[in-house]
Design a protein around this ligand. Structure first.
Ligand SMILES: [Fe+2]
Length: 416
C-alpha cells in the first residue's frame, strides 16, 4: 500500500497539529448532567503508514461541564517508541511491549485512563491527554493487552486477554476493582490468530478463535491472513472456575472484530457480534460486516447462527452499565447512519446525517445519550454530536470543534 492508501485520504487523513481550545461553540443545548470527558482514540500517522491499523495513536477529547463544552484537545500518545526511546524488537530478538502505537481505544478503570492497542502494554494518560507512561499492573502484566477489555458492572473487575504470535498464543487476565492483576492464565489454542475482541457474561468469558492467522510474509501491511484450513471456534470459560478448561464450539468460518454484548439464558449463552464472512483472504475482496446473533447451547454443544440485519455496520456499543446482561438496545455505525437495534422486540431506529457528514463510533453516556464525532467533508471540520438514544431524530447538541477529527476507532465517556 502506498501514500495514497484510503486510510491517508478524506475522512481518514491524519491531522498534523495538536490543538487546545476552550469554551467551544454549541448548537442546541448540552444536557447539564452530561458532565465528564469524551475521549476517543485512533491512528494518526506522522509520516504515512502501511495500513490503517498502523498509525500512531492520537486521542481527541472534549470536556463537557454543566451544559458547556469546556475544552477540546487532541494529543498523540507519547509512547517510548513514538519518542524514539525504544524500538519494538530489541537486539536480542525479544519484543519491547512498551514500544506501542497506542491507537485503538481509551478506557478508564480503577482511577487510571489507559490508551490501548492489542500488540503492546497499555499507556496511561491523563484526562487532559498528557502521557504518563506504560502501565504493566505493577509489573504483573507480561503479555500485550487487548484494546477491548470488559468491565464487569457487577464486580468492577476488568477482564481482558493478550495474544501473541509466539506461544503462549493466548493469555486470559483479570484485574480486580482496585486495578490489581489477580489472575493470568494461558488458554490453549491451535495457532496464533488475530484476536481483537471477546465478551463476558455474568458467568462466563467467551473467546473468539477465528481463521485470521499470523503470517509474517503477508504483504498488505498487517502480518495476518485468512487461513481456510483453520477452524473457527467460540471458547467458553467459567468465571467461577477460571483456571479450568475452556470448552470450544465450532462456528461457520468468519471474522469478528467486535462483539456488541453477550448474556446468559439458562443453558445458553447469547452473543451479538458484527460478523464478516471472511477477512484478508488472498484473491477475495473483504465482504461487508453485519449484525449476527450466536446462541451457544452448552447442553448440546451446538451454536445457532442468525443474521439480524443486512445493513453493513461496525462499532457496536451498548450502555456499558448493562454489559453481560440481556440488554435491549444495541447501537452501531452504518456508514452515514447511527442505528439503534431493539434486540428484544426486533426492529430499529436510525439517524442519518446530512450529506458529507460521517459519524464514528457512538458511545453511550447515561442516562440516555449517544456521543460521536462527526466529520464534515464539506467544511473540513468535525463536531461532537449528542443524540438522545431514545429519540434519534434531531441531535440535542452539536459541539463545534476547531479542527478535523479523522475517522478513528474507539472511545469512552468518563463521567465526573
Ligand atoms: Fe476494535
Amino acid at each position: 500500500m502506498t501514500e495514497t492508501g484510503f486510510h491517508l485520504r478524506g475522512v481518514y487523513a491524519p491531522v498534523t497539529e495538536e490543538r487546545t481550545a476552550f469554551d467551544l461553540p454549541v448548537t442546541g443545548a448540552l444536557p447539564p448532567e452530561l458532565t465528564g470527558w469524551y475521549l476517543r482514540n485512533g491512528p494518526n500517522p506522522r509520516s504515512g503508514s502501511a495500513h490503517w491499523f498502523l498509525g500512531e495513536g492520537m486521542i481527541h477529547g472534549v470536556r463537557l461541564e454543566k451544559g458547556r463544552a469546556a475544552w477540546y484537545r487532541n494529543r498523540w500518545v507519547r509512547t517510548r517508541s513514538f519518542t524514539g526511546e525504544t524500538t519494538r524488537v530489541r537486539e536480542d530478538g525479544s519484543v519491547d511491549l512498551t514500544a506501542s502505537l497506542a491507537n485503538t481505544h481509551v478506557i478508564h478503570h480503577a482511577g487510571r485512563t489507559l490508551a490501548l492497542v492489542e500488540s503492546s502494554l497499555p499507556y496511561e494518560v491523563t484526562r487532559e491527554l498528557d502521557t504518563v507512561g506504560p502501565y504493566d499492573f505493577d509489573g504483573a502484566l507480561r503479555t500485550p493487552m487487548t484494546a477491548h477489555p470488559k468491565l464487569c458492572p457487577e464486580t468492577g473487575e476488568l477482564h481482558f486477554f493478550g495474544y501473541s504470535p509466539r506461544p503462549p498464543y493466548l493469555t486470559y487476565h483479570r484485574a480486580n476493582a482496585r486495578g490489581e492483576l489477580e489472575l493470568s492464565r494461558p488458554v490453549d489454542v491451535p495457532g496464533p490468530t488475530m484476536m481483537h475482541d471477546f465478551t463476558l457474561t455474568s458467568r462466563h468469558v467467551v473467546f473468539l478463535d477465528l481463521p485470521v492467522v499470523f503470517d509474517p510474509s503477508a504483504t498488505a501491511g498487517m502480518p495476518y491472513h485468512w487461513d481456510p484450513g483453520y477452524a473457527a471456534r467460540i471458547g467458553v470459560l467459567s468465571r467461577l472456575g477460571p483456571h479450568g478448561p475452556v470448552r470450544w464450539f465450532p462456528v461457520d468460518p468468519c471474522y469478528v472484530f467486535h462483539t456488541l454484548n453477550a448474556h446468559e439464558a439458562g443453558d445458553r449463552i447469547v452473543l451479538y457480534v458484527v460478523r464478516y464472512p471472511h477477512l484478508w483472504w488472498a484473491g477475495h475482496e473483504d465482504a461487508p460486516s453485519t449484525l449476527w446473533r450466536w446462541t451457544v447451547d452448552l447442553a448440546t454443544g451446538t451454536v445457532t447462527e442468525d443474521q439480524l440485519d443486512d445493513r453493513p455496520c461496525e462499532f457496536p456499543r451498548i450502555d456499558d452499565r448493562l454489559a453481560g446482561q440481556d440488554v435491549r438496545y444495541g447501537h452501531v455505525t452504518a456508514g452515514d447512519t447511527l442505528v439503534r437495534y431493539d434486540l428484544h422486540a426486533g426492529g430499529s431506529q436510525a439517524h442519518t446525517f446530512a450529506a458529507g457528514r460521517i459519524p464514528g463510533e457512538a458511545v453511550f453516556a447515561p442516562p440516555n445519550w449517544l456521543l460521536t464525532y462527526v466529520h464534515d467533508e464539506t467544511r473540513g471540520t468535525s463536531d461532537l454530536v449528542i443524540l438522545d438514544a431514545t429519540d434519534l431524530r434531531t441531535p440535542v447538541a452539536t459541539v463545534h470543534l476547531p479542527g478535523r477529527v479523522p475517522a478513528g476507532f474507539h472511545g469512552s465517556w468518563i463521567a465526573g
